[in-house]
Design a protein around this ligand. Structure first.
Ligand code: GDP
Length: 299
């Protein structure tokens, strides 16, 4: 919890500390609500979610005749908690073997690192994990996944650079079934500006998995970089349209002031946040717990 709290310090300073400051200085009136809107928007919560959140505050403040800043802060905290707790944020439990987790996201967001951390997370639970190197576009991506494979003691299924990613997925599912692996985690490419269509490639990988395990991947996780703030939202839109995401992973929450984006994402999309990344180390991935998150942010 302390690590999470430390990681969220800048976001806390950027949102909660500023809110506390204006609550101390002004009475509960329209001017205050407008200031709150401003802070939330500047804190990367996003315009629409910020306006909605403050509108809710206005309503509750009126209904409950709140004139005390501290009381209003508690209402805000509860509202944020409610937004973050929407839906089921835990990883899907299935009895299927292997459980298939398809991981997608734009280059540089921390996708490979997240896969390494996930592999470690499952290994800690005594599960056998296989990794599929379906980002065949960059040789470095295959190498990096191998490093994580060695580090976590997981086998990596790979082909050479430039080969068909769907063929790697096919081999990986076969290998995972043959070896009775519990979990197969599939890494994918994240290039956005090339002639070949990334979404088409990802859909093809998804189809191969569907065919080979007789059903959709158990999880299709989009990895997002919290430091990119509002850009993360357009990535959700884009990938979700193509793949029907089952969950999100928000990385690099440590040390960014833009952590408020998590509130914006959650209120704009009904997609659960399954994990958050709070550092570069193997154990710096945490299952997302909205209660813990709000406590770390507000206390
Ligand atoms: P990919 O291109 O999406 O596969 O990105 P990488 O996994 O290579 O990560 C890009 C950089 O982000 C690396 O330097 C990682 O160590 C770093 N990174 C990934 N996750 C986190 C995180 O949660 N916190 C911090 N501080 N850095 C992270």
């Amino acid at each position: 919890f302390d690590r999470l709290k430390d990681g969220l310090l800048k976001t806390k300073q950027n949102i909660v500390a500023k809110i506390e400051d204006v609550l101390k200085k002004s009475s509960v009136d329209e001017e205050l609500f407008e200031k709150l809107e401003e802070i939330l928007i500047e804190g990367d919560v996003g315009v629409k979610p910020s306006l909605e959140l403050v509108e809710k505050l206005r309503k509750v403040a009126k209904e409950q005749r709140i004139s005390d800043g501290e009381q209003l802060k508690q209402v805000l905290k509860e509202e944020i908690r409610t937004i973050l707790a929407l839906g089921d944020n835990s990883l899907k439990e299935t009895s299927r073997n292997p459980q298939v987790i398809l991981v997608v996201g734009v280059n540089g967001v921390g996708k490979t690192t997240t896969i390494g951390k996930l592999a470690y997370y499952f290994k800690q639970q005594g599960k056998q994990v296989i990794l599929a190197a379906c980002d065949t576009f960059r040789a470095a991506a295959i190498d990096q996944l191998e490093i994580w494979g060695n580090r976590t003691g997981c086998q990596v299924i790979k082909h050479s650079e430039g080969s068909d990613p769907a063929a790697v997925a096919f081999d990986a599912v076969k290998a995972a079934v043959a070896r009775r692996a519990d979990i197969l985690i599939v890494d994918t490419a994240g290039r956005l500006h090339t002639k070949t269509n990334l979404m088409e490639e990802l859909r093809k990988i998804k189809r191969v998995i569907e065919r080979e395990v007789s059903g959709a991947p158990d999880e299709i996780l989009l990895v997002l970089d919290a430091t990119t703030g509002q850009n993360a939202l357009s990535q959700v839109e884009y990938f979700n349209k193509a793949l029907e995401l089952t969950g999100l992973v928000l990385t690099k929450l440590d040390g960014t002031a833009k952590g408020g984006v998590i509130i914006g994402i959650k209120s704009s999309y009904q997609i659960p946040i399954k994990f958050i990344g709070v550092g570069e180390k193997m154990d710096d991935l945490r299952p997302f717990d909205p209660h813990e998150f709000v406590e770390a942010l507000f206390n």
